[in-house]
Design a protein around this ligand. Structure first.
Ligand code: DGY
Length: 323
């Protein structure tokens, strides 16, 4: 029997590419150049499975074509707001993602941003590298203490709960959260967490606000000027979720006017573009969407795509089916 034909849109970690090559008739992307609309459409027409990543836009324009051969989209990433799920479903495509395997590393990145921005680590690093450091002194680069402060989580899914665990048990932080679909009381209590009735309640109380909601229309600009204005002037915003959850110009205003103390960002609206206004601010730590970027996790994500494809082609339900 011939092997299913699979097209991956970017370079994947070597052990995953090796396994893909064993199992499938795979087309890899050795140059790691993103595919354009026409190339994505050609892939859908010529392969049984398309494997995009979170930076490929699998829009209605890409999907609404004649002659689709693909039956499954094995997304490399947990987020799927870059895929038009409705159109995919109407075209008879199954879509899968890669949850769980990136939970801890993404939560680690959120904690990294929290610690860096609170303790001015990015600023301090630049200071040393630019030969500006003149020596220790009592008032030099004072930051904000993290231990014992209140962490407010907007969304309380897997990654938020992993962050809560690290923050509560590692840094003695008090945990508050808002989630329209909260986990069981047992899970909440085990993390010493307290549910708030609204996003606004979290914003008013938290010393650090971390965003953990999916992107897309439902949460677009959830952190707008009015909500940013509810945060304490001493509070920090951390975003490892999706860039479109934050109204970026409103965030720049809040940061430049001192309305909030700072921000740690891993994701951006319209990334990879990052506004110069953000780059010019010292009270912001900026990372290039590194949430899941460890070798262990990126290999596990690829293997999870492979598990989903193997199940699909064996006629079994893939464990991570999203439509
Ligand atoms: C995802 O998986 O959705 C992340 O944004 C990248 O790992």
């Amino acid at each position: 029997m011939s092997k299913p034909k699979v097209i991956v849109t970017r370079r994947w970690p070597a052990p995953v590419e090796a396994r893909l090559s064993e199992l499938f008739d795979v087309t890899l992307n050795a140059d790691d150049q993103p595919l354009g609309v026409a190339e994505l459409q050609a892939a859908l027409r010529s392969a049984d499975a398309l494997c995009p990543t979170v930076s490929d836009r699998i829009s209605a324009e890409v999907l609404d074509i004649d002659g689709i051969r693909a039956r499954v989209i094995g997304n490399y990433g947990v987020g799927f707001n870059h895929i038009d799920l409705k159109t995919a479903a109407t075209r008879g495509l199954v879509v899968t993602n890669t949850p769980e395997v990136l939970t801890d590393c993404t939560a680690d990145t959120a904690m990294t941003l929290l610690l860096m921005v609170a303790r001015r680590a990015g600023e301090g690093e630049r200071h040393v590298r630019h030969n500006e450091w003149t020596g220790w002194r009592p008032t030099h680069m004072m930051g904000t203490k993290v231990t014992g402060k209140t962490l407010g989580l907007i969304g309380f899914g897997r990654i938020a709960r992993a962050m809560a665990h690290k923050a509560h048990f590692g840094f003695g932080m008090r945990i508050i959260f808002n989630d329209p679909y909260p986990p069981s009381a047992e899970i909440v209590n085990a993390l010493g967490a307290t549910a708030c009735a609204s996003v606004e309640d979290v914003l008013r109380e938290a010393d650090f606000v971390a965003l953990h909601c999916p992107g897309g229309e439902a949460t677009r600009h959830l952190m707008n000027a009015a909500r940013l204005a509810l945060m304490k002037p001493t509070a920090f915003l951390i975003n490892t979720a999706r860039g479109d959850v934050v109204d970026q110009p409103a965030l720049v205003d809040a940061l430049t006017s001192g309305r909030i103390a700072g921000a740690g960002l891993d994701v951006y609206d319209g990334e990879p573009k990052v506004p110069d206004a953000l780059k010019s601010l010292d009270n912001v730590v900026l990372l290039p969407h590194l949430g899941s970027a460890t070798l262990e996790t990126r290999v596990a994500m690829g293997m999870r795509v492979i598990d989903n494809l193997e199940a699909f082609f064996a006629g079994k339900p893939p464990r991570d089916r999203v439509v």
